[in-house]
Each structure stands twice: as C-alpha cells, then as structure tokens.
Design a protein around this ligand. Structure first.
Ligand SMILES: [Zn+2]
Length: 1534
C-alpha cells in the first residue's frame, strides 16, 4: 500500500473526527462505500453542514481521482491585516508537460498565529474550494507582528509557502529561545516544506538556510529527521562540487549539529529512551559522514576495541552502523575480515543485514574487491534476498576508486551487462575529472567487450556530466546563498554611532586589552535579535545592556557567540520597534595578537646587538600596539557591524600609561590625566565611515611634522632622519589629489606611521595611514608590493625612493576612493584598489615630474595585469565573495593592476576632462556612503552625455564588458594587400592555454576602443578612440588604413587593455623598422607593447617564436629602461624554462672584508647574491650576522633575500627552518620572503618544496593560516622545470587536499601553471634553441656589462636592471661570454681571458702566432674569484664548449700569465657524454699556446667541453685582469 495514499485518508478522517472508522475497510471495500460511511458520520457530527452532499462527494474525488497534491501559498497584506491563500499543484520539476488537466483540490485549511499558538485544534477552519484558485480568508486577520502558520500538525496533505515577511517572522520565532512554542511536528513540517519548495524553485535558498539556522538549537529527533531528508538530497549532489566549495556545506551542517551532538553524546546512557537512541543513530551517522572529528575518533576507538576482542567489547546495537562503517573506513583488511566473519556466523538476521549493508565502507581496496565478488559468487554465504546489499553498500559508502579499479581488474570475470551496470553506478559517484578519465579510458578501450556503440558508451557515463552540471549551476547558487546566509549580517539593524574605550596592556605577560563599546543602532526591520561581529574576545555577557533611546532597559533572554560566523547575538524578550533607536553596551576582554591582524602587538629593539643598553642588562625591546582592520578584523578589537556598507561615526578613547602616546584617525580633543594610573586620550568623533578604516596606535614613537603641522610621520626615535623624504612629498600628493578630484580632504590632519610588523604593504586608514617599516628591499619582483615610508639616501635605492612616493600616493588616493566613498560590498573591492593603483602612478607623476612615472605604469601595471588575467582560472573585476577567506582572495592583481589599467583606458576614451568631471560627480553623489560599479559608470556616462549628447556609446555597456567578464581580448589585424589599404579586425578572448575539458561556454566579447597609427603618420600621441569594435561584433572591416609597404600599429601607448596580433607581412614591416636607425619613431611604450604582446602571443601558440624573437633582435639598439623591462619579463620566463635546474652561472664571487667598502645600494643585491651563490657556510654566516646586527630595515630585507642565494642544501634547509621559528630574529612579516628567496634560486626549488611538504603544518601554524602555503606553492610551481617536480607537487596536493583548506584553489592554480610551463618546454624548447644558435655569433664576445657609476637615480636603475637582463640572457643563450666583474669598489674590467679568434680561413697550416683552428670555441662559462690584497693571486675556472672542425688529437688555446692546475683539466665528449683522457699538457711560452694531447682522436662535427681550474695575477700594468686602487677619505689605500 502506498504510504502517501494512506496519508490522505488519515488526514481526511482526522479532519472529520472519524477516529473510530476502521481504515482496514479501505482494502476490502470500494472507495465509494467508504465515502458513504464518512458522509453519514459527517452529517451526524455537523447538523448544519457547511458542505452539501454533492460537495462532499467532490471533496473525496478531488483527492482520489487526481494525482499529486497542492501547495498553498499564503500572502498577507500587512497594512490591512488580510490573508490570501492560493492553490496550485506542487511539482518538484516543471517539465514542459502536455498535461492540461486543471488540478484543483478541496483543501481543508487549519492555521494558528503567534498570539493564539493553538497547535491542538486540527479541525478545518476554512475550505479552499476546488472552484477557487485563491481566496481571502474571512476568519484570519493577524496583527502585523504576528506570524501565521498553516497546516497544524501537518494533518493536511499539502505543502505551505508564505510571503517573505511571514517566513522571516516564523524564522525569528524559531531562532529564539522560545522556538518550542511551535511543536516538533510543525517544526519538521516547516523544514520539509522549505527544503522541497526551495528544490522546486518556489522558495529562495537564503530563506531555507535562515530557517535551518535554528537547528543549532534543535535537539528533537522529529525535526532533525526532516532536516536530514533535505540535507541528504543536497549532500549527494553538492559533494560533486570542488572540495573547497563542498566544505562550505559540510561545515555549515556540522556547525548546526554541535548542540544536539553534545546533548546526546556518543555513548549510550542508561536514561536513554527509545527516541533518544533513534536520534543518536541519526545524528552520529551524519556527524561522522560529514567528518566530525570527535565522532570519527570515538567510532574508530570502539571499532578497534571490538576487532581486538569481540566479546569483551561488544558494540551497542544502535551504535553498530556508525562504529562499523567509520571503523572500516579507518582500518586495514583485518577489520573487514572480522566483520565479514561475524556476518556469516551471526544467527541474528537484523545484525547480519546491518553488517552486510555496511561492509562497503571499507578503506581497504582488496577487501572491497573481495566483497563485490560476493554479489556474483555462486558459493556466497549471503542469502539471495540480501545480495543487493553488497553493491548498495559499496555505492552508498564506498570509495569510487575501488569500484573503478574493480571494473578494470575483474571485468573479464563479469558479464558485459554486469560491467555496464557497475560502470553506470560508478559514474554517478565520480567527483573529479581524474576519476572520470580513468573510467572513460576503460570504457573507450573496452567497447567491444562491453558490447556498446559510441553513443551507448557515452550515455553509460552521462550521470557524471549531469552531476557536474548541476554542481556548477544550481549547486553553486545554493552554496553562494549558503555562504551569504552564513557570513552576512541580517539587514534588520544598522549602526549610527560607536563610543569605544580601549586600554591595551603591553606588559609582556598580559598582551590583552579591556574594552567597552556603546553602539547606537537604528531598527530597520522587525526583530528581537541583535547580531553583530565579534571575534577572539571574551564578552562579559552579564554586563551587556540594550536600552531604548528613552532610557527603557530591554530584557535580554539569551546570548550566543558563533565562531564560524564570528558573531555575537543578543536575543531580547520583546521585539525592537522599527524606526526607533537603541543603545547597545558591551564590555569585553580582547587579545593583543601577534599575527598582525586586528588590534595587535609589535616590537622593535633599541640599538644593535652589542648596544650599551644590552650590555647593562636593560631590555632593548620596545612594545607597541597597532591595528590592521581590513577586511574583517575590526571585530577583533571591538564588537561591531563589520561590513563596509554599515557605516557610522566613531568616538574613540584610549587608556594608556604615561610613557606611551596614542594616535588615531582624528585629532585628540582632550587628554584626561585625572586617573593616576591611566592617561585617557579622548578623540574627536569621526565622519561617517566604515569599520575597516579605523586605526589606532599606542607606542613610544616620535613624530616628524611638516611646517604646517598638519602632516606627520610617526617612527621610532632613531629613524627621524629617514622620514624627511616622505614628509616632504606627502602634502603635495594630497594637494594633487584635491586638484584632480575637485573634492577637498576633509580631515584636519594626516598622520602616517611606520610599523615594525605589518601584514600588508600599507593601509589607508582615514587620517592615519600605516606602513610596513622596512626601509629597503631590492630585486623587486613584479608582484612585490613591498612598500616603505622611511628613506635613507645612503642605503636606499632609487627604486625604494619611488616606492615611497607611489605607496603614499596609493594610500592617499584611498582617502577619496574607499574612505569617502566605500564599496557597497567587497565584491567591488576594485573600486578601491583600481583607483588607488591608478592614482599611485598618475598623482606621483604630478609631484615627481622627471621620473617617467606614466611610462612605468604600462610595464608595471598594464603588462602585469595582462599576464595575470589570461588564465582560465581568472575572475572578473566585480566578483561575488562572502567568507573572510573569499574576501581576502579578491585583493589580487585583478583588483589592483587590471582595474587600474581599465581605469586608465577609460580615462582616455572618455577624455581627461570628462573623466575628471565624472569622478567629481561620483564622489559628490556618494560621499560618506557606499557605491557599486554601476554608480561609477552612471556618473561617468551622465557627464559623457553632456559633452557628447548624440553619442550612441553607453559608458555603462562598455564598462560592463570589462568588469563583469574575466579575461580580455586579443585583436587580430589582417590586412588585405591585394585590394590595398583595407583590413579586417577581429576580437576573441586571449588565453595562455586552453584546457580540453573547459566547461566555460560564455561568449566573451568586449567593447574595444581601437586606436592605430601608420608608418606614414607616426601619430602615437592622439589617444582618443578612432573606432569601436563593439561587443556585438566578432569582426569589422576597416578601409583606407595604410599603403601596402607601410606598417600599422594598433593600441597606441598600450592604452587599451588588450593584445594585438597582425598578419605576417605587417609584423615584418614592423620588425624591419625596429631594426633600423629610425626605431625610435615608434613610441617607446609601443616598443614595450610589441615585445610584450609578441612574446606572449608566441607563448600562447598564436604567433610563431621566430617572429617574436626577430622583434627582440632590435634590443641591441635599445637603451631605454621601459622596453628592456618588458623584454626582461618575457626573457625570465624563457630563461627559467631553458635553464632547467642546471647550475651554470657566470657569476662573480665577492669576498674579502666588506666592512670598509661601500657598495652602491642599487647593485648591492647583485653583489650579495653572487657572493653567496659561489660561497659556502662561512660567507652565509657572515651575511646572516650582518642581518642580525643591522638595524636598517631596508638592508635587512635585502640581506634576507640574498641569504636565499646559497647553493648549499643544508644551509638553505637550515635557513628555511629559521624562518618559521619564533626565536630566529626574522620578523614574521618577512618570513615568507625567505621562501621566495630560496625558490628564486634554481638550486633552491627542490629544497623549498621538500621543506614545505615536510613542514606544512608547522608553517601554517606559524602564519596562523594556510594562505601563505598557497602563495609559496604558487611561487614554487612557477619555477618547476621537470616532470618529476610536477608529479611531486601533484601528489602532495592530492594527498593533502582536505588539510589544505583555503589554499586548495591556489594549489590547483599552481599545478595548472607548472603543467602549462612543462607543456611549453615540450613544444617550444627545441625551436627556440635552434633560433638562438642561428643568431649567435661564431666568435664569442666579451661584453662589458656595466661601468663605474656614482650617480644615484634613474640611470642607475637602468644600468642595474640591464645588468640583470644581460646576465639572464647570457645564461640563456650560453653562446656569448659575459663576464661580470663586480669588484669591491664597484669598478669593472674585462678579463684577461680574451677569446681566440677563429675567423681564419687557413685551418691547416698555422702561422706562427695563430691557433690551429681545428677546434673552435662556442661558449665560455667563466668563474673568477679576485683577491685584492696580499699576493693578488686570483682563482678562476673556465668551461669552454668547443666544436671540432677537423679531426684532431690536440686542442690548443691561449693563456698568458696563468698557472693551470693540470689535474683539474677535463675534456668531455658532449654527445656521447664520456670523458676523453688527456695524455699530455704543454705550454709554448713564445706563442702563449697551451696544448692538450688526447688519447683518442676528436671527431669532426662533435662538441667537446673543456674544464680548467687555474690561478692568475691581478697585474699592475693595466692589462688583463688588473688591480687598481684609490685613497679613501680617511687616507687609507683601498
Ligand atoms: Zn590599496
């Protein structure tokens, strides 16, 4: 008998109070007989019946003769107090059915309200007739704030939906301590209805999840049973989503389970009732399934005890399924065997069924296979009726990989139809592409055995695709709403003002702070709960008070803190009144953390290691307390509504000891010294602002001010001299922002502070910008956002100085973009960071006019963004985020560099004047408020229309294509040289690599502002859009472009955020112009663009490398920093790919005593690194000591980076160890730099990775999270150059997927990058090396790389960068010898080892002084260790790669004034990889010939390597590698 059918009858009978009716009659009698009986009883009970006989007949028929049942939708008019109900058939999925039947029912309505709360009267209150689609109820007029609930005790066979407000009223009741006023059956009904309505698309998942939230209080079996029906549906589908997403669901359900789990406990109790045991089984089953740690641990313990002694350690019957399944999941084959034995030996059939249903849980592959075999075995002890349990337990609880491996191993023992059925079961369980491809491979290669056509083969596996499709569409929407539900605050309440009192305790044994906050709130929607953020603090709940603005104290019924959501919830007995204000007072104790987030502690030391203070036993450590609140850390300093849109005013009060000072966003209004122990600084109230922009600093810092005393820098006392540059540049930068935006800076002062420990580079807190203290760093990588505020002329580089100015400009730009107008939510973080990035350069350019700042923007932002945004795993600028981890992940190069570049493009297509005026409108419209992207575009569009009233361009449409889609286009220009002067321009998305299984079918198109110029016009300065390539167009035709022999170049000054490709002819026209003396006709930014575009297009496989590399040839003429920088970016990619992990560097060792030498700051990084690469432990220890004793932050960072250059495995491993130890003296903020320094060193890649895999738990503890692991993995992956390394990385990520948590996405991107790089090597290396060989000169050259320089500034940057470029190039080419001499006084000379000439045509009869010419050199690798004291003897090694032109038994080359170590000479045949013995070595002093005689003949065409170690003299005759000297200012000869 169908249980649903039964339910209708019981429902009707109960409604009509015919409890005496014998339902078994239904089976025996005709339906009509029953109707008659019911009808008579009805008339008896109701002498004045509401329904006529015919109607009564129709009631029966409406339920028995139609399929399905209705959903009742309750809609209330809250103003009038009326209630409407409407009925329609409930269908889970709305297929386009042809069923035109008009489904309507006679619906017996029952209901109650909050005031009434009558859940016992189940009599029909009103009928919704079959003739009525909807009606207004006559007997129900609830008061506005009451909820109404229909279908008392779920006696009616229908579902109920409500309007959103009524749902919220019900939810609010359930989320209070009085949730039990709704009885368990109706709580279960609300859950069951909501889950199914959501699944049918009739209810928003966000409402469902705010309802399920109440389960955190629920302990009753009935509602939990209903809840797990719903969650179970979601679980089997959502577990097909990526782990990082699925974990949102798991963690959410686990958080709800916590109370009921604790209440029930794992162990059975003597007081348990029947339902308690049912409930425990249900709750434990789910807790363990979702990975509840305590549950799994206890289950495993019980199981192991059971396995060791079954009789002594019996498992209680109701715990068996949980213990057995989870025990098997953590056990080897022995556990399985014990249970399998038990299943066969037990004579209790229920026990046997239970075990058979659970054996599939095994984590032991052979056991799983053994078990599956049982279901096919003739001799199996399992009874036929139970045989299906085998496969169902495997497919319900088992590991799908075991099922796949079973199929692969045993398919020939099974019939084709059995295998097909196993395959489709497995397909439904597959979670990853990897698992899928294994199964698919099997199917594809066994189609004959399986007896399937291609089509059938595909359909066997089709459930994998449909599951995946569901997970990525519906599933991802559900997870998004779940996240939103979990992480966003309710919209019921908004803050108006905060009064905050904080007293930090910096004594070393306390490190906490006392706090009090009074928040004035506005009530926007009906609620009796106040939910706000609080994290890492203890709230003194007894002190919490909620007071109406008229002084009435509200009674609090409960307090709750939620760690997952970082919330504190106050529930009140009575509701708050909408539109009224209340004050919430909270007292708390917070922690001064050491992880640089929230209100945290930091320190610095006074003096060096041997300072007098240390000698006299005084503590050199100075503690301070500072803040970093962006994005979600204000909640660690005080309870607050910690979302950017929940703006308020803040009045801050800081209690401190008299030896400290405090500083905050506003000026101090007064200082209260009446308390003898504590000085109170009372600050002015802030403007309306977001929580994340608050800041305060309690320290013994001093300040340096400007003359107007409205701008200052706070720093430790001994750094005063270093603040002068930043203080000088600050006010002019503010003024430049005011001029540009036309909006004043409204605070009276601007403080800045240099903080010793700082997580970000800098933070734009309104009126108190904080910076990382580091004074310097060099070897600036492109992604390095390390910034600084203090500058020292003697140790800081030019790049550092520029870094200071641009960092300050960036943070000041935020005072308008971010602080005055804030993003409505973090999804619009780019509105902050994009503008700050844009102004960082364009405002600095107003102040430092000769730095070519606008040009640098192109190479350091535009090209960086283009490189970041060309992966499939990119994301749009406007990107939905929810959890704190999501939010921090959006602060990436898309929000900074891409947004800044897109804004620059926008400023050009609008024109500067429209751009400025539009921004002014935007700021004035939204000041002290929030905005989203459309607000910005609307302001700009309105301004645009005032100037271009008839324009068909919509700024909103144009910009949406750039901000809501990820990626960017490559435009391809195909000129027609036959018809002449015409061209086709098409757009498509640019991707570096395209994966075969990409599921992204979005049609990427952009509104592209095209600009171009030609050889004839050479106009690179007009940057207004010449023509739009619209988002509706794939391709357009351009006419009258250029004459056939004129080149065309698109995207002037690389203002458009896109790449450009051309036909071969046009590329060649450009190449030949670049390789002429007139190459500077092409704008310097377009030279950089041509390099960047062509090499990137080649890397993506769109352009051949020959064309791209032919462009680079022109670099031999180029002396400008900008194109070189672009070239270097591309070369470093090639370099890393080509060099692999071989260590062949031509570097120079610097030793001797550095203490009396000054190395110019701009080249010191090169010198230090080189010294360590060539040196050993002694050099490393020396530099580490330099680091320990240095108190100049910039130099420290530089040394830290250089320390990673060592090639000693043990040295590097020790160094990494130090970096994650608290006592190392390495600052936490700098620790990750140790990693990047190590893996940037080719010999360090493997060591860094090995260290990471062995210590990742320790590392994540040290950093307090996994974010750093992700970025280290990415860094390592980018340098992976062998298949072995990739495999190691893949298996590490696979094995630790669960533990990697938030870092999983980054890890997978890392694998993607590494794979792409290896693929690249496989397909391009050979071609590239060939090209390089073709280009290389027959005669190696000795190149002078840099010349002595004493000037600081732009030139010096150029020189040192070029140095790196060339060093890198030479390593890559390995065909021209570059000798870098970085001697102590930073002068340069060329080596004595001049190359022999091989250009002679006379290769047989050698003239007196000419070499025989039968062996010619191809490349040299030379290492030199100069010694500039004592006997001036230098040591050298040379490795010559030579080619044999004629067969010979000797090799002759030049030396002069060198002593060759005969034992060191090695000659190797490169092709055969064997050593050729040297039988004799002679030196001809007259001709300077050194000749090696070999045991066997060298063959023509082969390459040989000759390795020689030797000593030489630094001569004093200015010839060769000679010595020189100068007298320094103290009169000493150096
Ligand atoms: Zn910023």
């Amino acid at each position: 008998m169908d249980s649903g059918f039964c339910f209708i009858w019981s429902s009707l009978t109960v409604n009509w109070r015919l409890r005496g009716s014998d339902l078994t009659h239904v089976r025996r009698a005709e339906a009509n007989d029953l109707f008659k009986a019911l009808e008579e009883q009805y008339k008896e009970d109701f002498p004045n019946p509401e329904l006529s006989d015919e109607e009564l007949q129709d009631v029966f028929e409406s339920w028995t003769l139609q399929m399905g049942y209705p959903v009742i939708t309750v809609t209330r008019d809250y103003a009038l107090g009326t209630v409407n109900v409407n009925q329609e058939r409930f269908l889970l999925t709305n297929s386009s059915s042809t069923d035109v039947h008009d489904y309507k029912w006679w619906v017996p309505l029952t209901f109650t309200t909050k005031t009434e709360k009558d859940f016992t009267d189940t009599a029909t209150k009103e009928w919704l007739k079959r003739t009525e689609e909807n009606k207004q109820l006559t007997t129900l007029t609830p008061v506005t704030s009451d909820w109404v609930l229909f279908n008392i005790q779920q006696t009616g066979f229908y579902r109920v939906n409500y309007d959103t407000t009524n749902w919220k009223l019900l939810i609010s009741q359930l989320n209070s301590d009085q949730y039990e006023v709704i009885p368990p059956v109706n709580r279960a009904q609300l859950l069951d209805d909501a889950f199914n309505l959501a699944r049918a698309g009739l209810l928003d998942y966000s409402i469902l999840f705010s309802l399920t939230d109440y389960l955190a209080r629920e302990t009753d079996y009935i509602p939990w049973y209903a809840a797990f029906n719903g969650f179970s549906f979601l679980n089997t589908r959502l577990n097909k989503a990526p782990d990082s997403e699925y974990s949102v669901f798991k963690n959410y359900v686990l958080s709800l389970l916590e109370k009921v789990y604790t209440t029930l406990g794992f162990e059975e109790k003597t007081t348990d009732g029947h339902v308690d045991r049912l409930n425990r089984n249900l709750i434990l089953t789910w807790a363990c399934r979702l990975g509840h740690a305590d549950c799994i641990q206890k289950a495993t313990q019980h199981f192991n005890a059971f396995v060791s002694d079954q009789n002594a350690n019996k498992v209680a019957p109701d715990l068996q399924s949980v213990v057995y399944c989870n025990g098997l999941g953590n056990s080897d084959g022995a556990g399985f065997d014990v249970l399998w034995e038990k299943a066969q030996s037990t004579d209790v059939s229920t026990e046997q069924v239970l075990i058979l249903g659970i054996l599939g849980c095994t984590a032991h592959e052979d056991s799983a296979h053994k078990y599956i075999n049982q279901s096919y075995s003739e001799e199996t002890p399992i009874r036929q009726q139970d045989i299906s349990l085998v496969l169902s337990s495997v497919t319900s609880y088992g590991n799908v990989d075991f099922l796949t491996s079973y199929i692969q191993k045993h398919y020939q023992d099974r019939s084709p139809s059995q295998v097909r059925s196993l395959i489709s079961s497995a397909a439904n369980l597959l979670r990853s592409e990897d698992q899928f491809s294994k199964l698919e491979d099997f199917v594809q290669s066994n189609k004959v055995y399986l007896d399937v056509t291609d089509e059938q083969a595909t359909s066997l596996l089709s459930s994998y695709h449909s599951n995946k499709a569901w997970a990525t569409t519906t599933g991802s929407t559900i997870l998004t709403q779940m996240k939103q539900q979990i992480y966003r605050l309710p919209t019921t309440i908004s803050p108006v003002n905060y009064v905050i009192r904080l007293t930090p305790h910096l004594e070393e044994d306390r490190f906490n702070f006392d706090g009090e906050v009074t928040i004035t709130i506005n009530v926007a929607e009906y609620t009796n709960q106040i939910v706000l953020h609080a994290s890492d603090m203890v709230v003194d709940t007894a002190a919490t008070q909620v007071t109406h603005s008229d002084g009435t104290v509200q009674t609090i019924s409960s307090h709750e803190t939620n760690e997952l959501r970082e919330t504190y919830t106050i529930t009140l007995v009575d509701s708050l009144v909408v539109g009224q204000q209340y004050n919430v007072y909270i007292k708390f104790l917070g922690n001064l953390r050491d992880d640089m987030y929230g209100f945290y502690r930091s320190y610095y030391t006074v003096g060096g290691a041997d300072s007098s203070e240390r000698l006299y036993g005084l503590s050199p450590v100075r503690w301070l307390a500072s803040t970093q609140f962006e994005s979600t850390y204000a909640r660690r300093a005080f309870p607050c509504f910690d979302e950017p849109a929940l703006k308020a005013t803040f009045q801050i009060n800081i209690g401190r000891s008299s030896t400290y000072t405090s500083v905050s966003n506003m000026k101090i209004e007064r200082t209260d010294t009446s308390d003898p122990n504590l000085v109170w600084d009372i600050y002015q109230t802030t403007p309306v602002m977001s929580t994340y922009l608050l800041a305060f600093l309690v320290s013994d810092f001093e300040k340096t001010e400007n003359d107007a005393q409205d701008t200052s820098v706070w720093h430790r006392a001994d750094a005063a001299s270093q603040a002068s540059y930043s203080i000088g540049v600050s006010r002019p930068l503010i003024d430049a922002m005011v001029t540009f935006t036309g909006v004043t800076f409204e605070l009276e002062k601007m403080d800045q502070a240099a903080i010793p420990d700082f997580s970000a580079g800098a933070m734009e807190n309104w009126g108190l910008v904080t910076y990382r203290y580091s004074l310097i760093l060099v070897i600036r990588t492109f992604s390095d956002r390390e910034r600084l505020i203090l500058f020292d002329e003697t140790v800081s580089t030019s790049a550092d100085k520029q870094g200071i100015a641009t960092t300050i400009a960036h943070e000041f730009a935020h005072q308008w973009f971010g602080n005055l107008v804030s993003p409505r939510w973090w999804s619009y973080a780019w509105l902050n960071e994009g503008f700050a990035t844009y102004f960082e350069w364009f405002i600095t350019a107003e102040v430092e006019k000769d730095w070519r700042i606008e040009d640098q923007f192109v190479i350091k932002e535009v090209q960086v963004a283009l490189a970041a945004d060309c992966l499939e795993s990119s994301h749009p600028m406007t990107n939905l985020v929810n959890s704190p981890a999501d939010i921090s992940s959006i602060f990436d190069s898309i929000s900074y560099a891409k947004a800044g570049s897109v804004i620059r493009m926008m400023s050009h297509f609008l024109s500067t004047s429209i751009f400025k005026a539009g921004l002014n409108t935007y700021l004035n419209t939204h000041h002290h408020n929030t905005a989203e992207a459309s607000d910005l575009f609307t302001a700009l569009h309105t301004t645009f229309l005032t100037v271009n009233p008839s324009s068909e361009i919509s700024v909103i449409d144009v910009m949406n294509t750039w901000t809501t889609q990820m990626g960017y286009p490559v435009i391809t220009v195909n000129r027609n040289y036959d018809t002449g002067r015409t061209a086709k321009v098409k757009q498509e998305r640019f991707l570096l690599t395209t994966s075969a299984d990409s599921s992204d079918d979005h049609d990427y198109k952009w509104w592209i502002p095209l600009t171009f110029t030609t050889n004839a016009s050479k106009d690179f300065t007009t940057t207004q859009t010449q023509i739009w390539l619209k988002a509706s167009e794939n391709e357009i035709d351009l006419t009258d472009i250029a004459a056939n022999d004129d080149w065309v170049i698109f995207n002037k000054q690389q203002i458009g955020f896109y790449r450009v490709n051309y036909d071969d002819t046009n590329w060649n026209l450009i190449i030949s112009h670049l390789n002429s003396d007139q190459f500077t006709d092409i704008h310097v930014l377009n030279r950089a663009q041509l390099l960047d575009d062509s090499l990137s297009l080649a890397r993506a496989g769109i352009l051949d490398y020959t064309t791209a590399l032919n462009i680079t040839k022109y670099l031999s003429r180029e002396d400008d920093y900008i194109p070189w920088y672009s070239a270097f970016t591309a070369f470093s990619f090639l370099d890393a790919r080509l060099i692999g992990v071989e260590e062949e560097y031509q570097l120079f060792k610097k030793i001797a005593s550095p203490s009396n030498v000054t190395i110019p700051a701009d080249v010191s990084s090169v010198v230090y690194c080189t010294a360590l690469r060539e040196g050993g432990e002694e050099e490393w220890t020396f530099l580490k000591a330099q680091y320990d004793s240095s108190n100049v932050g910039t130099e420290q960072v530089l040394l830290l980076t250089a320390l990673g250059c060592s090639t000693g495995t043990q040295i590097i491993t020790n160094y990494l160890d130090l970096s994650i130890s608290a006592e190392s003296g390495i600052r936490k903020q700098d620790a990750s730099r140790v990693f990047s320094a190590v893996y940037a060193n080719p010999s360090g890649v493997d060591i860094a990775f090995q260290f990471l895999t062995e210590n990742y738990q320790k590392i994540s503890e040290f950093y307090g999270g996994l974010g750093t692991i992700g970025s280290i993995l990415k860094g390592i992956a980018a340098r992976i150059s062998t298949q072995e390394q990739l495999i190691k990385l893949q298996s590490f990520v696979a094995e630790n997927e669960a533990a990697l948590g938030d870092a999983v996405t980054a890890s997978k991107q890392a694998i993607e990058t590494a794979q792409a790089n290896l693929d690249w090597v496989a397909s391009n290396r050979a071609a590239l090396v060939t090209w390089l060989r073709e280009q290389s000169p027959a005669t190696p050259e000795v190149t002078t790389l840099f010349t002595p320089t004493t000037t600081q500034g732009a030139t010096c940057i150029t020189i040192s960068t070029t140095l790196i470029v060339l060093a890198s190039l030479s390593e890559m080419l390995r065909v021209s010898t570059a000798i870098i001499l970085t001697c102590l006084s930073c002068t340069l000379s060329s080596a004595h080892l001049n190359s022999p000439s091989s250009s002679s045509n006379d290769t047989t009869a050698s003239t007196q002084y000419r070499l025989p010419g039968d062996v010619i050199p191809r490349s040299y690798v030379i290492k030199l260790i100069p010694k500039l004291y004592g006997d001036f003897v230098f040591n050298g090694t040379v490795e010559m790669t030579t080619e044999v032109v004629e067969n010979t038994e000797t090799i002759t080359f030049h030396i002069d004034d060198l002593e060759i170590d005969e034992d060191s000479v090695v000659v190797r045949n490169l092709a055969a990889d064997i050593t050729v013995d040297v039988t004799n070595q002679t030196f001809d002093e007259v001709h300077n010939f050194y000749t090696l005689t070999l045991k066997q003949e060298l063959e023509k065409g082969n390459e040989y390597n000759i390795f020689i170690n030797y000593n030489g003299h630094h001569r004093d005759d200015m010839r060769g590698f000679y010595r020189s000297s100068y007298v320094n200012s103290t009169g000493d000869t150096v």
